[in-house]
Ligand binder design. Sequence first.
Ligand code: SF4
Ligand code: SF4
Length: 322
Amino acid sequence: MSSPKKNEKQTVIQDVLEKPSSRRSFLKGASIAMAAGSAALATGCMATGDTTTSEEMKLRWQEYFKKHYRLMTAEEKKETVKRLERLAKIQNDLDVQIGTDPPIENVLYGYAFNISRCEGFMECVAACVKENNLDRKTNTQYIRIFEMEPGKLDPSTGDGQFYHKVPVENKFYMGVQCFHCENAPCIKACPTKATWREPDGIVVVDYNWCIGCRYCQAACPYFGRRFNWSQGEVPKEELTTKQHYLGNRRRPKGKMEKCTFCIQRTRKGRLPACVEACPTGSRVFGNLLDPESEIRFVLEHKKVFRMKENIGTEPKFWYFID
Ligand code: SF4
Ligand code: SF4
């Protein structure tokens, strides 16, 4: 018969391994377990019962102690994604492929939204939810579409939660999401350097280094960030299995997330899911450094403006009128 102390230790270890937890809570739990004399936990080879295999335990242990993404070597990145893919298989019987495609040289992404063409269909929102494996339980959405009165160009004066048939006469629509600012206040606000801007202009988050303090969310002037209050729930048959480490992979609970210009697609030369899904062609995406690109055509030939231009954030997202 096992002693009460041993049972207590076992429960703590089980708890640490089974709950989706943050690095902070894991370390707290692990230190309690170690204080209880768990030398076996440190080696990652302790059997913890039927629900957690020793392989899973070892993988999770390595996972919690990995480096910041920007400090990893190419080999470490490879090992990390292999580990995550294996964990997805063990834990949820999922076959996912997680990429670490780096920025493409001579590419700087830009996005433009045609406010004279959008009719509020929300196909973009649905495509984004699907592509980025957003939590269905909390109905998390990276894109918000505001229904506006003519003459107003500030989403805070519009309705961001309309649920009626569209198009509606004499209304216009403005989409808002992360604008991938060149001079991003969210990055400056982050105390752990968990968020940064990549050379192709995509602002990303290392979910494992984010401590969920939400300073970045408070600092963003565009309502671009989303905090995940619970472990995302996505029906297995709807899961997008082609993923990027900095994009649509499974995010642990208590982390910050946001639009990444569909990094898992765009770094492979594809369009973001929202752009592809838009039935009216209101969304334009491309390489700002390519003079032949559609985004450059829009910027050079249409009436364009950026939101809150005066605050100096230099978003890579423009609005335009035909
Ligand atoms: S829109 Fe907000 S979240 Fe996105 S880069 Fe700019 S400040 Fe950061
Ligand atoms: S919530 Fe995460 S990404 Fe945002 S400031 Fe805090 S640590 Fe940085």
